[in-house]
Design a protein around this ligand. Structure first.
Ligand code: SF4
Length: 639
């Protein structure tokens, strides 16, 4: 049984139990909560209080603060006291790694503690051991003994707990048995959960974070699947770790968090950005607001999920032009609302005409197709760029090279078309669906342009594609969405979730994003490529994994991230992690190719994969040293 949510065609929240964090409960009866985490040194009480207030003023339901050792855990008392004195009642969460004693202290002060089962009772890293069954049992007993005191203290004090697994920081025991996999992440949390239940302690929230949205989504789904089988209904905290900054961070977080919220999973979210933490809350609120009225969505008649929700595999399709089969998803740019297609517009699509040498320069973010609607073309285009136009225009076009017609079902049914390729527009709520599908099935010229008007559109489109799979229809699909959103950030969030939710399940051979209120071709194009990058379906640039920083960071992470980006952003396909501390950084940078990790005050260590190559480099030399390391391993190309 692959069930991982309440319904695959009707928006319904997973019926998670109610957990009180101070006076603000979460769970399925309550709104989806938001939270952020301070980045100040916890011992700097004044700054931590001020930053907590800024987070609370943005409307955050909870504030998380790191407590790396007992002294920071004790400082939480004063921080909490100061906040309460100023009238801020926002519940506080202590973030604990490696230091059970700090957890025991914090659990008596704040409303919730977060522990990472990968490092609560373990501090070995990247050493693979063979565990016999007996040794494994002994390990579990050791954890039971180590973890039980915290459970008892939480129970006595009414303190909630998050058991928060992170991909890349699993214990050797789990790695040995399950590998660095979604299943390993789930089992890691369940080991600790069983200890809690053994003590009749249930005030628990669970999380399965990763910097890779696909892994993250699979892990949460698997967790819910296991919980359903065992009649457990713990609430979920959602987040994509080390999502980065700016548009990239917003899109990566939206893809991961939103894909789960679409299926009703998630009771609290954190958008982790390498920015000041108060900036995370408005984004989290925009994500959550999508679901305020979601239950009013139009009925979805198809319920045909056929996808393995726990393993990625791309839908098998025919190849038409450069679309489908093993091709990366294509990007189609809408130029239909411009009167004339000219060089300036093409430049925004990534094609710059170099007059002097009569050649085109093509960027990594160049559109694959432009849609020109009913416009005529009177300009020569680069060879790589293909054009889609309305059928009636196409019919009368003299030179049909690289130009393809788009038609709707009525046009398609009426005429006997002498065409080799048809972009056929279908709405995922079509009436007489089976008849329409049969049309598609028997016509190998068709590339489906799949639209939806449903408020629960991603799910409607997903079910439609599943129906195609079930009926063995292999025509490629372009996912199409029309937006009417002026707020650029909200638009980016919505599109990331609507498109990302399908791409992470291997569905979709192309993207066609339109927004009648945002006429910036460049913005929409960048958004398309960014969504593809964060779903790892089409890599067009360096993948940066940067942690949001916290009280453990001892260098200016934001400035450093900007510096590393500036020097390495041309290294297409390389994954570079910039992590604030040696305690969690190496574990949480998961599958990065190179790691830049803080090791002390203004000191950096450099990693190749999981191996530390250079330690204790002064931070002023560190970016240069990173470049040298990339050169040494042959991954450098000159910009
Ligand atoms: S990796 Fe970054 S966010 Fe995580 S504990 Fe270290 S400094 Fe804090």
């Amino acid at each position: 049984m692959n069930q991982y949510c309440k319904s695959l065609n009707k928006y319904q929240r997973f019926r998670s139990r109610e957990v009180y964090i101070g006076d603000i409960p979460l769970g399925y009866k309550h709104p989806i909560r938001t939270q952020s985490m301070t980045t100040t040194n916890t011992m700097d009480i004044k700054s931590t209080v001020e930053q907590s207030i800024r987070i609370a003023n943005e409307g955050s339901d909870y504030v998380r603060i790191t407590a790396p050792s007992i002294k920071e855990a004790r400082a939480l008392k004063e921080i909490r006291h100061e906040l309460r004195k100023k009238g801020y009642k926002t519940p506080l969460i202590a973030d604990i790694h490696f230091t059970p004693k700090a957890a025991l202290e914090a659990a008596q002060i704040v409303e919730k503690v977060r522990i990472n089962p990968g490092n609560y009772a373990d501090n070995k890293k990247f050493k693979v051991f063979e565990f016999t069954d007996d040794e494994y049992q002994n390990e579990l007993q050791r954890i039971y003994d180590r973890f039980s005191p915290l459970v008892k203290i939480c129970k006595e004090n009414g303190t909630a707990m998050r058991i928060g697994t992170n991909h890349g920081s699993l214990s050797d025991r789990i790695m040995n048995r399950y590998g660095d996999t979604p299943l390993g992440m789930v089992e890691s949390a369940l080991e600790f959960l069983r200890i809690c239940e053994d003590h009749n302690y249930y005030n628990i929230v669970l999380s399965m974070k990763s910097s890779n949205p696909i892994i993250m989504v699979q892990a949460y789904r698997l967790l819910v699947n296991k919980m359903m089988k065992e009649n457990m209904f713990y609430p979920l905290h959602l987040g994509v770790t080390e999502a980065g900054e700016g548009m990239e961070g917003r899109i990566k977080s939206s893809v991961g968090i939103g894909s789960l919220l679409e299926d009703g999973l998630g009771d609290t979210i954190r958008v982790s950005l390498t920015e000041d933490p108060e900036f995370e809350i408005p984004i989290a609120k925009k994500i959550v607001s999508r679901y305020d009225k979601r239950h009013n969505h139009a009925k979805i008649n198809i319920n045909d999920s056929i996808i393995d929700p726990f393993n990625y595999s791309k839908r098998k399709t025919l190849q038409k032009l450069n679309i489908g089969r093993d091709n990366v998803p294509v990007v189609i740019t809408d130029l239909s609302y411009f009167n004339k297609i000219n060089h300036k517009l093409l430049e925004l699509c990534g094609f710059s005409y170099l007059n002097k040498i009569d050649k085109w320069s093509i960027s990594d973010f160049a559109s694959d197709y432009i849609y020109i609607g009913k416009n005529k073309l009177d300009i020569e285009l680069p060879l790589q760029l293909k054009v889609i136009c309305e059928y009636e225009i196409w019919k009368n076009h003299n030179d049909k090279k690289n130009i393809y017609p788009k038609m709707n079902i009525q046009q398609y049914s009426k005429e006997n078309h002498d065409v080799s390729i048809i972009f056929l527009e279908i709405n995922s709520n079509e009436k007489n669906l089976i008849d329409k599908l049969n049309l598609v099935k028997n016509d190998r010229r068709i590339i489906v342009m799949l639209k939806t008007n449903n408020l629960h559109g991603m799910v409607e489109q997903r079910n439609f594609i599943c129906k195609l799979i079930k009926n063995k229809i292999k025509n490629p699909i372009i996912i199409c969405r029309d937006y009417d959103e002026r707020d650029l950030e909200k638009f980016q969030i919505d599109a990331s979730i609507d498109f990302g939710g399908l791409l992470i399940d291997g569905l979709g051979d192309g993207l066609f994003i339109r927004n009648s209120k945002v006429d910036s071709v460049k913005n929409i194009n960048e958004l398309s490529f960014e969504i593809l990058q964060s779903t790892r379906t089409r890599i067009t640039k360096t993948d940066f994994i940067s942690c949001p920083s916290c009280g453990r960071t001892q260098f200016d992470l934001m400035t450093t991230t900007a510096m590393v980006r500036e020097k390495t952003s041309h290294l297409k396909g390389l994954k570079i992690a910039i992590m604030g501390c040696i305690v969690n950084g190496p574990g949480e940078m998961a599958d990065a190719d190179y790691g830049y990790v803080g090791t002390g005050l203004e000191k950096i260590s450099l990693y190749k994969g999981h191996d530390v190559i250079k330690r204790g480099i002064p931070s002023e030399d560190s970016v240069e040293e990173l470049i040298n390391l990339i050169k040494k391993y042959g991954d450098w190309v000159e910009p």
